[in-house]
Each structure stands twice: as C-alpha cells, then as structure tokens.
Design a protein around this ligand. Structure first.
Ligand SMILES: [Zn+2]
Length: 556
C-alpha cells in the first residue's frame, strides 16, 4: 500500500482512495460493494464500482482497504455546542414549556452559572471549543451548529474549526444558515417574515414544550388571513406542541423541521407528533440539542429516533432515519449540491463504520463511537483507527475510546485564532480541573457588562480594566445562547413574566454567588468513554423505559 504523506500539501494529502462498502444515501437501494471513493483536496473526484474503468489520473493514487461501510458524514441541525462539557442535568420534574426551566435555581446552579464562569473567564473558551468539537468528531458529526464567540475587540463571530458549522461555513459554495433562539412574538411576525425572505435557511426554536403557551409560539407566526411568517427558508426546531394541521401548513408553505427526541423526552416527557410530521411530507432533520438534556452526539440521537419510531408503529425505515442526519439535513440547509450523499463532485465528508456484512443501515444504527474507523471532513482524515490513520500525515494525538485507540488530526492550514495548537488531552485536563473547582475559577472571573452588539443584539462581556498604554491581547468569550437570550435580538416590549425571567437569567450570568458554585464532573467525550451513561439515563425521571433499555441494547 502506498503512503499518502506528502510535504507539498498542507493537509498531507495528495489524493487517495477509500475502498469498502459504500452507502451513497442517494437512494435506499444504492449500496455498492467493493467500491472505491477517490478524494482529492476537499472533494470526491470519483466513485468507482467493481468493473468500472479507473480514470488514468487516478490510477497511481494509493487506495486503502478500509474493511468498513462508508456513509456520508452526519449533519446535525441543532446543537448548543457551547454547553457540551456539562453532564446530564438532573431534570427535577416534567416541564411543559422551555420558559419553565431556564429561570430555576437548579438550572442556574448547574448550567448557566458554571457556563458563565467558564465561558466568560479568559483562558477557558479555547478548552471548551476544542473539547466540544472533538465530541462531535469522534461520533462522525461532520457538520453542526456553530459556537458563537465575542472578542474583547467587540467582534462577534462563529468559531470556525474542523467541523463545518452551518452559520459560518467558510466555503463560498455553502450559503450561511441563520439561527434564531428566542420565540417570535405575534407583533414581530411581519419583521420575522422579512428576515425569512432574506435568509437561505433559518433555524428557529419553535413550540418547544407541550402546553398551550408552547403552541402559541406557532400561532404567533400567523400574520392574518392566509399570511404566515413561514417560508421555505424556515426550519422549525423541536415543534413539540404542533398539531397535524400545523405540520400540514408548514408543508404547504415549504418549511421543514428539526427533531430532537431525547431532549424533548427528558424535559417534557413527550416529543413532536413525528408521525403527523412525516404524514405531512415535510423534510425532517435531526439534532441532539445539547449535553445537559440530550444525546452526547448525533450518532446517539439517531438511536433515540429509531427507538421512538419503533415504539410508535415503525414510523420510519432505517434509511429514512439515517436520511434525517445526512441527505434531508443537507436539503433543509440547501447544501444538498455539496454534502449529504456520496457522489462525484461533492465535498468529501465521510464516515466509515467497521464491518462489511449484514444490513448496512442496521450497522450504523447499532454503531457506537468506537466502531467508527474513520471520519473525513473536507477531504481530510480527522479521526480514525490507528491502522487507517497511520497511512496519512498529520497525527496530533491519540484518544482512548472504549477499548480502542483513535488517532486525531486537528491540524488546520492556518493556526486557528481561537484554539491554536491546543490538544484535546490538554483541553480535557483543563476542563476537568476547572469544573471540579469552579470556585477558584470564579475568583478569576472578570466582572461582566451587558452590551448591545451589531443588529441590536445583546451580549455579556468581561469588563477588562487596563492601563492606557497596555495593549489588550485578543481574547474570546462564549456567547451563551440560552442565557438572557444572548446573541438574540433585544425585544422592546416584553410581557411582565418574561421580563422577570430575563432578569433572573441576567442575574445568574452577572453575579454567581459563591455558595451556589458547585463542583461538576466534565461530561465524558462519548458514550463509549462514559461508564455512568446508562445509569444516568435510568435516573432521568421523564424518559420512557423503552428508551432507557433500548439505548443500552443499541449500544451493546
Ligand atoms: Zn435548543
């Protein structure tokens, strides 16, 4: 086998082939045995089936027998990654809408307080970003939602690293996706419609909860008569309170949805009426929401989706489930010309699951992180088993996952301005220590001030006193999108109860009380590295038993 190492290419790759069983996801039946995918630069240059002639220019390229089944990389359309170093939150009761949990003490103590201490104290953001990005990477997530940062120079930006992020894709062929976290109030529907008309795709939290107030957020999109603030740019996240006619309306107006069943079941004991969503014909994507109440990664969320579907009359086939995390997701964000299926001319975002036999869709749905022998993003092998990764240049470190060792390549063409050369192992050590002794970190935490950023958005940023002559080093803080709806537009006239909640959230951010600062365990990198995972799921009060036991089975 030839060696793909080269000094010329900054990523160390000149072009190579990956041979295995290929699930293109172009259709359910297109599963190609003994097929070779040729990759050059960031793209797929050819998909060669047995018997096909190999083009002359590809003949000399090294081809690696992977012994695995190759799928398109997983595309996650909803995640608040900045929270993903936190473990599962001990959900205290069954909530009926999302405004009920964001203001309570248990939330402040275990989620918003710790994250504002870590996320707003210089020196920790890079560790968080590195860690949560690797949590995606080891699970084959090649695209997710981004992490918003705010710099001391007053610049708001999305972190651009190894995983593609939908809001800031760093590729002129991929149009950026807009994201909107606060609910839309009725009076804002017309303005929101104008935002939708400008957007290629806009991801909106929509009706997260089971009660009337959650559903009213859908009604708020009704401008009057036949006019709705719903277009083919709208992707509604959660849609838990929607009725069949609401899904029909979304379909009629071209909208799509993103489903997050585990998080919904944990917080509300219920999830979207996904059978009605399917019946309406809308395109459905998938997202794990966030670590405090969701799956560790999209590979896990696929399993919950499968279990929910099976329990409720086999709503989806395995192909349809995996479509949510590949081709459908790409279609929702209008990136389907470039990602979501394996085809010549598309970007090389690929995952390989160990194994060549049996049903390929079952193979992926039963896979855990240790079973992924390779993850390729933009043509670059980023994470994989030692025997495959040793064929490529660019190893930065190894990480143990279950009983396997994976090799990571976190090298970027230009040094990343946020994470630099920070290794996952160093980020892990730093976060473990910081979360364990948050009180010490809090002592270093700068005072925060609330500022209005571009487009009338609000942020909480450190007040960094400095002398006149002293030049400030560039540093970044996390924008925490659940807290005080940072990064969201400031709404001028809030109902009184919302104002109170805002105030509570703001207090949690600005002034963590010493007595309220707990010691927290870093959430393990993946399910295979988390010995307590299933026990924690068992303790989750609203999660149905078939999910608890079913997940354990799908992971074993
Ligand atoms: Zn969310």
């Amino acid at each position: 086998m030839a060696n793909a190492k080269s000094k010329k290419d900054p990523d160390g790759i000149q072009g190579y082939g990956l041979k295995g069983r290929v699930v293109t996801m172009k259709s359910e039946s297109e599963v190609l045995k003994n097929c070779t995918i040729y990759v050059n630069g960031s793209g797929i240059t050819a998909v060669i089936k047995p018997g096909d002639a190999i083009p002359v220019e590809l003949k000399d390229l090294p081809v690696f027998e992977t012994g695995g089944t190759i799928f398109p990389g997983l595309i996650e359309l909803h995640n608040h990654l900045s929270y993903n170093c936190l473990p599962l939150w001990p959900v205290p009761k069954k909530f009926t809408n999302r405004d009920q949990w964001a203001g309570i003490d248990l939330y402040k103590n275990l989620i918003s307080g710790p994250m504002s201490i870590l996320g707003k104290t210089p020196g920790y953001v890079e560790a968080i970003v590195r860690y949560v990005e690797c949590k995606c990477l080891v699970a084959g997530v090649t695209t997710s939602q981004g992490i918003m940062l705010f710099s001391n120079a007053g610049i708001r930006k999305y972190y651009q690293g190894i995983i593609r992020n939908v809001e800031s894709p760093a590729n002129p062929d991929l149009r950026k996706v807009d994201a909107h976290i606060p609910d839309i109030a009725s009076k804002d529907a017309t303005h929101f419609l104008s935002q939708l008309k400008k957007a290629s795709c806009l991801l909106l939290h929509l009706s997260e909860g089971t009660d009337e107030s959650a559903r009213n957020h859908f009604e708020s999109l009704h401008i009057g008569g036949d006019s709705w603030a719903i277009t083919d740019s709208l992707a509604g996240i959660h849609c838990v309170a929607l009725k069949r006619e609401d899904f029909n309306r979304m379909k009629q107006l071209g909208a799509s949805m993103v489903w997050s069943p585990l998080s919904n079941l944990m917080l509300y004991g219920a999830t979207a009426d996904i059978a009605s969503a399917k019946a309406s014909g809308i395109t459905i994507g998938l997202g794990s929401d966030w670590a405090p109440s969701g799956s560790k990664n999209l590979l896990g969320e696929l399993k919950t989706a499968r279990l929910y579907s099976d329990q409720n009359g086999s709503i989806f086939s395995n192909y349809e489930l995996i479509s949510m995390a590949t081709r459908n997701a790409a279609k929702i964000i209008k990136w389907d010309q470039k990602i979501g299926t394996i085809e010549t001319g598309k970007l090389a975002d690929l995952i390989i699951v160990d194994g060549l036999t049996g049903d390929p869709f079952e193979l992926l749905l039963h896979a855990s992180e240790k079973d992924l022998s390779l993850v390729v993003i933009n043509g670059v092998p980023r994470c994989g088993s030692t025997n495959i990764m040793k064929k490529f240049a660019g190893k930065t470190e190894t990480v143990d996952i279950g009983n396997t060792t994976k090799v990571l390549n976190l090298i970027e063409k230009e040094e990343n301005p946020v994470v630099g050369k920070l290794q996952l192992s160093d980020a892990t050590t730093k976060l473990k220590k910081a979360l364990k002794d948050l009180k010490s970190v809090a002592k270093k935490m700068p005072l925060l001030k609330e500022i209005t950023g571009p487009d009338n958005t609000r942020f909480f940023v450190p007040v960094t006193p400095k002398s006149e002559n002293e030049k400030e080093k560039p540093s970044f803080v996390l924008v925490l999108d659940h807290d005080g709806q940072e990064g969201g537009e400031i709404r001028t006239r809030l109902p009184q109860d919302e104002l109170t909640q805002m105030k509570q959230r703001k207090e949690a951010i600005i002034k963590p009380e010493d007595r309220d600062i707990p010691s927290i365990k870093l959430d393990p990198l993946c399910v295979d590295s988390d010995k307590g995972y299933f026990k924690n799921l068992k303790n989750s009060p609203n999660l149905p038993d078939y999910i608890k036991s079913g997940l354990q089975k799908l992971y074993s």
